[in-house]
Every structure is written in structure tokens, then in C-alpha cells.
Design a protein around this ligand. Sequence first.
Ligand code: ARG
Length: 341
Amino acid sequence: MKVVLAYSGGLDTSICIKWLMEEYQAEIVSLTLEIGQEKSDLKQIEEKARELGAVKTYSIDAREEFVNEFINPSIRANGFYEKVYPLSTALARPLISRYLVEIAEKEKADAVAHGSTGKGNDQVRFELAVRALNPELDIIAPAREWNLTRDGAINYARKHNIPVPVKKKSPYSIDVNLWGRSIESGPLEDLANEPRENAYSWTTSPEKAPDKPEYIELEFTKGVPSALNGGERKEVELIKELNRLGGKHGIGRIDTVEDRLVGIKSREVYECPAASVILKAHSELEKLTLSREENLFKEIIDSKWSQMVYFGQWHDPLKSDLEAFINESQHVVSGRIKMKL
Ligand code: ARG
């Protein structure tokens, strides 16, 4: 059997390679996407997959596609789940799923695999999207089947010569892309604990941020950012720059309790400087350019769109119906917004 695995290069998905080879006698094709994780040397990740036994490896820079087809629709929809979470992890899953299916079809694979556990939203997002695109493919979620504790996983890795990070593993589960950094579990699960500074890496704490503010001017064309401080630039670069600038000024820390789609309430911490700045500016510009009736009604459409994306319903026809309304409304959402960071 041949399986295409969404491979990040981290410990868990490295274990997935060996585990799928052992339990399913599978031939593994690994797939890694660059969507702004910032650590990724793609060639090194491919090499690691081959060392672990993958028969073929793919790596793809999908940042522009991520921005154009996933982040931009979310900006137009003022995409926040439960009013605070800019959907950063949620938006990346249907993109990864699309590539899993594409590569699986190209490689004539029998199944795709992902590293998500049985507790979260991501398993549902991957599986709904893969099923929508190709219902013939089997889907394997090793981490849902293997019943390994953290220590068990480390022992498994040692036994199979999978490199285990030497420095003590961070107590958090972290997911990163251009639109934000998601931090969960460990000490955060006790609501009484304030997040420690070691949970953050993109943002300066407000206490340490500069006293002197910084002014920026963000320009939108039909609902999406097109220039920063008068200079047109590629949106990938614009987002990176706002992650840096916003982060420097302590913007974009989010600490919340979230209703997962599987019914669990979960403490979530995020750092989303660029998303916070852009979404704020976008909704201010809508207030200036849309009519009263449009503004009041669009709130309802936006919140439904965001829920659907959070719940993994990327391919549900209702979502594109909502987008027809949203896109129509954005023809006038052009102009400049000045902000003080
Ligand atoms: N709660 C967020 C979501 O469901 C983030 C999940 C992030 N995953 C992680 N491994 N930290 O979209």
C-alpha cells in the first residue's frame, strides 16, 4: 500500500513514517508545504524523510497560494472564530489537504495520512477536505491509533533511530504559519495560569514593548491589502513585515477558551500580529465604505463563514454562497487606513 503523509519534519510526523511502515507495511511519500513556518529548510526536511524510509518526497512553497486563496477570503470576511481567533491554523488545513489529494492522485497512492490526534479540530478539517476532493482515498491518522504517551513516543523514536530534540521539549503544542502562531496544552490547560513568556516567540510583552508608538498606513484594494506605507508589495512580504512590526509593539497576543467542534472546551493562546492589524484596518475601512444595512448584515454572514472555516467545512456549498455576497460587497472596500501601533 502507498500512503502520502503530510510531513512537517517534527517528532510526531517522523514517528508517523516509521509507524506506517511497520503497521501498514506502507510505502511512504512525504509532503511538506512551506506556508510561513519560518524554521523550514525544505531540502533538509526531505532528506530527513528519506533517511527515515520515505520512498519519495515532495516539498512545495505554497505561501502565495495560501495568501491568495485562503488568507484573503478570510480578510474579506473579517474572519474570526468566536470573535477573537483569526483562524490561522484552520485556514491552512484545506490547503494541505488539497496537496495531499493532488500528490496521492499523481502517485496512485491508496491513502493519505496526517499527524493530528483524536481530540482536535484538525483531524476533521483534513478529513472533510480530503473526502470532498476524492472520496476514494483512505485516510489514516496514526496518532489517533497508536496510543502513545509523550514518553512512549520518545521511546518509540529512540528505538527507531528517529532524532529526538536534545533540549527539553517545549511543554506546548505549537502550529505556525504566516497568519499566526497557535500555542496549546501543558501549563496552559490550567486556566489559573497566566501564559509564561516562554509560550511566545513573535511578540514582545506589552510591558517591554517600546513606549514610542509607530504609525503605519495600510492600503486596501477591493478588500485586501495592497500597500504598506505607500509602497506596493507582495502580500506575503507585507504580512511578514506586519508580523514583525506588530510583534515588536506587543500586538496580537490572544488568550482564550475556545469551543472546539468535537465538543471540548480548550484554552488557546495565539500570536497573530499581522492578522490583528490587517483585520482591524479592514473592518474600519468597511465601516467607511459600506452602507449601514450592508455593515449590519455582513456581520452575520462573516460570523457564519468563520464558523464554517473553523469547523472544516471549506468545501460546503453554503460557504461559496456566502462568499458570493462577501465578494460583491468588497468592490468598494478600497482606500488607506492609518494606524498607531
Ligand atoms: N485551536 C486552534 C484551531 O483549532 C489551533 C490548533 C493548533 N494546533 C496545534 N497543534 N497547536 O484552529
